[in-house]
Design a protein around this ligand. Sequence first.
Ligand code: MRU
Length: 342
Amino acid sequence: MYYTIKWEDDVVSMLDQRLLPVEEIYRHYTHYTDVAHAITSMVIRGAPAIGIATAMGVALAAANIQAKSLDQMKQELHEACDLFYGTRPTAVNLSWAIKRMKSIISAADNVDSLKEQLAAEARKIHEEDVQVNKKIGENGHQFLKDGDVVMTHCNAGALATGGYGTALGVIRKAVEEGKNLKVYACETRPYLQGARLTAWELMQDNIEVVLITDNMAGHFMKSGEIQRVIVGADRIAANGDTANKIGTYTHSLLAKHHGIPFYVAAPVSTLDVETKKGDDIVIEERSVDEVAYIQGVQIAPEGVIVRNPAFDVTPAENITAIITEKGVVEEPSKKGITHLCS
Ligand code: MRU
C-alpha cells in the first residue's frame, strides 16, 4: 500500500507524484530546504498535503539547525517558515500549518524540547488530517446516491492529503457504505492530476473510474450521464467563494446550467475567513512549460505566448454545499463559512 508522506527519525519521505502512474518512487529528505523544493516542484501537491509537508519541513529545520541559543534557533526557524511560505501561494493550508508551528516556536523555552515539540506537532497535523478526512466522508456521503456517476476534477484524494482524501474521501465513504458509484475523472490539463493521480488512486481501491478530458464534461452533463460533481479546495473565502484547480469554475457553470449538484469537500484548515471574497485570493501562475510541453514533448510552437494560472475561483452561488469535518454548509452563498471557524 502506498503512502503520500511520512515522518520517521528526522527523515521526511514522500511518494514522488511527478512520476505517477508510471513509476512508484519514494523520495527521502533530511534537509528542510529539500522539502521546500519538493513542494515547489510538485513531488507533493494538494492543499492539505502541502500543509503537512510544510509542518514536517519546519520540524526538519529544527532538527537541522545547530543553534547556540534559543533566540538564534527561533530566528532561524522563522527564516525556514518564510522559505515554506513562498513555495505555493494559493493553498491556505500552508500558512495554516506555519501558524501552528510558529505558535510552538513562540512558546518554547528550551532548544531540545522545541525540536521534539515541533516533530510531535508535525506528526499530529498529519494524523489529524486523516481523521478530518474521514469525518468529511461521514458528513458528505449522504449526498451521493446508489448508482450515481460522480464527476471530479484534479486530485483531492489520499495523494493530496495525509490519506483518505476530501472529495475522494466522500466517494470512498459512499463506496464503503455499499453504494455503487462510478467516477468520471477529468484529466485536469495542464498538469494532468486527474489522469495521472485520480485515475491511479481510484484504481488502487477498485473504485470504478472513467477518464475523460476536461472539455468532455459539458457533453456528459447534457446527455444526463453525470449526476453529481464533487471537488476539493485550495482556499475558501469567508463568503464561500472557492479556489480550486483551474477548470473547476467552468465545471461549476456547466453543472449549474444542467441542474447538477456541485459539492466542495474541504477541511476547516482550508477556510480562510481573513479573505472576504474569491477575487482577493492570490492565484498561482506556474511555468508556461507545463502548457507548452507534455511529459517533455513540445506541443506548441516555440515562442508562443502562454498563460498558466494553476487555480480559478468558483463563486459560492455555483456551489450546492461545502462539506467539512465540522458540518455541511448548504447554499454557502447565503450563509458564508465563518461560523465553522469559531
Ligand atoms: O496544483 P495542485 O495539484 O496542488 O492542486 C490541487 C488541487 O487543486 C486540489 O483539488 C486541492 O488542493 C484540494 S486537495 C484535497
